[in-house]
Design a protein around this ligand. Sequence first.
Ligand code: ADP
Ligand code: MG
Length: 342
Amino acid sequence: MAPLLEVRNLKTQFKSKDGVVKAVDDVSFHIDKGETLGVVGESGSGKSVTAMSILRLVQNPGKVVGGEILFEGRDLLKLEDRDMRKVRGKEIAMIFQDPMTSLNPVLTVGRQLSEPLITHLGLTKTQALKESVDLLKMVGIPNAAERVRSYPHHFSGGMRQRVMIAMSLACRPKLIIADEPTTALDVTIQAQILELLEKLQAETGTAVMLITHALGVVAGMADRINVMYAGHIVETATADELFANPRHPYTMGLLKSIPRLDEARRGRLEPIKGSPPDLLDLPKGCPFVSRCEYALPQAETIRPELRQVPAEADGGRSEHWIACHSEVKMGDPPVHEAQEVA
Ligand SMILES: Nc1ncnc2c1ncn2[C@@H]1O[C@H](COP(=O)(O)OP(=O)(O)O)[C@@H](O)[C@H]1O
Ligand SMILES: [Mg+2]
């Protein structure tokens, strides 16, 4: 079956006086109907720009300069603006980190929930308002029939994010792109919002692209995970496989830096040393080379392409790809130590 979304060789760049920032550099991936794809990587790795490229919302001086974005087989990059607006309103919905940036402060949430229902689904005002109440109930907002008349600032951060989720679900989209939907929230509220998203997804069959800088957030929810680094996908695998058998040194670093209740107190948390490369001046070889404990000499000069590696999870049936020259596994000694031993 053809995937719901297929991104092929996407390149998105920002022109500045200092040169061209390659924010997304030849990225390919797909999302199947109903599945959850996690997209993980440090801040600045190109996650949001990937999402904005899909929705054609990249603003000047940014521009999609190459690739295809096939949604149900149609290349979104080739649609007329009018058709693209329909896709954004109805087929693909977006949830941002800060709901206040996407909610209109001077309109009641009922008005805002109703608007797309009237425009895209042809409901009457009365029908749309009733549906809005149902949507608010669906996302667990108490006293929905009254709250529908409230303004965004009357809601707490967590409740506002629930309103955003209600809005995203309003037209029953086939794909929801959630960009750091819980990053601004307290830890307990974070968990509630993710649970809600998961429950609603199960009920509606919507696919979700869940973007986060925290691997822990996607652990329980994603079917598959893309790990991004400096505008590239460096590892992609099913979630089970990625956690059981991480193969890219960057992913291993991310895993080691996840706080775990049992380990945090023993002080084993290790942030990845160093910082990401300058996107204006990417190294010729592997973008991670300067921070990598396992870098082989060719990583300095040859950019590793994604290649399939044997999977361990699910009896080896999982898909697993890495963009790395090395064959290391989590816990292997760093390269210079291994050489001393040999
Ligand atoms: N408006 C912009 N102008 C210039 N460069 C930008 C802009 N937005 C993003 N970038 C560049 O794109 C890179 C990726 O950004 P983004 O996708 O937002 O990262 P994240 O993974 O944190 O979501 C940034 O590191 C930055 O260099
Ligand atoms: Mg972002």
